[in-house]
Design a binder for this molecule. Structure first.
Ligand SMILES: Cc1ncc(COP(=O)(O)O)c(C=O)c1O
Length: 437
């Protein structure tokens, strides 16, 4: 028997027929597949979303580690509560207050990165076939989780102010007419991954109203909110709506992802289920990581450190925008006011996925847009990350990318001129012919 969504034919894995149906939704993300290639030193990687942890002073981290081991070793090395330590939850409330959120430590669940919070929320809400509404495009890691629970993702269009409420209403009406069950509305309101845009305050309020009216739970995923450049993002949606939102946060971008500490702030009933799901998944989130983070937040000027990150990432954002202006003036791209990403739109006949091997040959890596859609869109988009390479490298990376894009355009132009009758120019249908791949 062939598993749903898997190619048929022989498979050398002897357990092939025994896997659960949900494994058909598991596939390596484009980002992960790229890591191996992009980590070669000669490649400028504009692909991964890795925070630049080298900007953290060593002594801040080693000091926290040493104090944890010296003062609370036996506790820090022990199992802990499935909800997380009260100390770190207290700090999490303090972090969230900076974005206008008030809550109680009872409503916070500490998770193994916010990625695990996404998994737990999906586990407790999604049955196979349920609908999740998400921005177009959306975070590849969330799409993977939704797919692994056999949910269907429907994308809702965005512009420079984030998700468009009228399109959300249209999508809800269409899905309801089809008899579909919409369970979640997944949003990354600040400096979105991958598009870099921020949801305006007016739209936050309107979307909350729409979700409330239609009984749809909002997942507000906010790992980048404190990393703003020019002005702070509007307050979190959770600052004005408590019952209808599960808010997700993380220390990955403002401190370090290696500790794998994130959290969910949830309405009481949902929180209870999240704790049970967390216990069944990991027993307890890492006590050691939580202790180090608590110690770091107690002793270090963590707000000052976030300011340092903001200045550094702003410089890198500026380097990327300037390079795009200089080398790819005919393309269009988003202008992020924070976070890690710029979303580049290529002419429609260029395919970012098939172009990638040629880019890597030219020693630059990026993430093709298709990974950020569950429906095959994104072929003429590219996500460019400016978080990791230094400004000079970003400029060189964009220059290399421009040579690849220009060569690709020239080649396709030549080909199209010589065979005008057989090359349809409709959106998304042109695959470069095999002889020029
Ligand atoms: C939008 C978004 N959500 C969640 C995550 C997961 O972050 P972590 O599990 O490190 O907290 C990421 C990581 O890149 C992200 O970009």
């Amino acid at each position: 028997m062939t598993k749903q969504g898997s190619p048929g034919g022989t498979n050398l894995d002897p357990w092939y027929d025994n896997y659960a149906d949900r494994t058909a939704g598991l596939s390596a993300s484009a980002v992960r597949a790229l890591f191996a290639v992009a980590s070669r030193p000669e490649v400028v990687s504009l692909a991964g979303g890795m925070p630049y942890v080298s900007a953290l002073p060593d002594e801040l981290v080693t000091g926290a580690l040493e104090r944890v081991m010296r003062d609370q070793g036996p506790v820090a090395l022990q199992y802990g509560s499935g909800q997380g330590t009260p100390e770190v939850r207290e700090h999490i409330l303090e972090v969230m207050r900076t974005e206008g959120i008030r809550g109680s430590i009872d409503d916070v669940v500490v998770t193994t990165g916010s990625q695990q919070a996404l998994d737990l929320v999906s586990k407790i809400f999604l049955n196979p076939g349920d609908i999740v509404l998400a921005e177009a495009p959306s975070y590849v890691g969330a799409l993977g989780v939704f797919k692994s629970y056999q949910a269907q993702v429907r994308h809702v269009g965005m512009d420079a102010e984030g998700m468009i409420p009228e399109l959300l209403l249209e999508a809800i009406a269409a899905l309801k007419a089809e008899g579909q069950r919409i369970k979640l509305l997944y949003l990354i309101p600040n400096f979105q991954n991958p598009a870099g845009v921020t949801l305006s305050w007016e739209r936050r309020l309107r979307i909350i109203e729409i979700a409330r009216a239609h009984g749809i739970l909002i997942i507000e995923d906010n790992p980048y909110g404190l990393l703003y450049f020019d002005q702070p993002a509007p307050h979190a949606m959770r600052s004005v709506e408590e019952e209808g939102i599960v808010y997700l946060g993380s220390f990955s971008k403002t401190f370090a992802p290696g500790f794998r500490v994130g959290w969910a702030l949830a309405p009481h009933g949902i929180k209870e289920k999240l704790v049970l799901a967390n216990e069944s998944a990991v027993l307890s989130p890492s006590t050691f990581s939580q202790s180090v983070i608590t110690e770091y937040l107690n002793a270090a000027d963590w707000k000052g450190q976030i300011d340092t990150f903001r200045v550094m990432y702003r410089e890198r954002r500026d380097a990327m925008l300037e390079a795009l202006d200089d080398f790819l003036p005919e393309m269009s791209w988003t202008v992020p006011n924070g976070g890690f990403f710029v979303w580049l739109t290529l002419p429609e006949h260029l395919d970012s996925q098939s172009m990638l091997p040629r880019a890597v040959k030219e020693l630059v890596a990026y993430t093709p847009g298709t990974g950020f859609y569950a429906d095959g869109n994104g072929r003429h988009n590219i996500r460019l990350s400016f978080c990791y390479p230094k400004p000079d490298f970003i400029r060189e990376g964009v220059r290399r990318l421009s040579t690849v894009i220009n060569a690709e355009r020239a080649l396709l132009d030549t080909f199209m001129q010589s065979t005008p009758a057989v090359m349809p120019l409709d959106r998304g249908v042109v695959n470069p012919p095999a002889n020029i791949n």
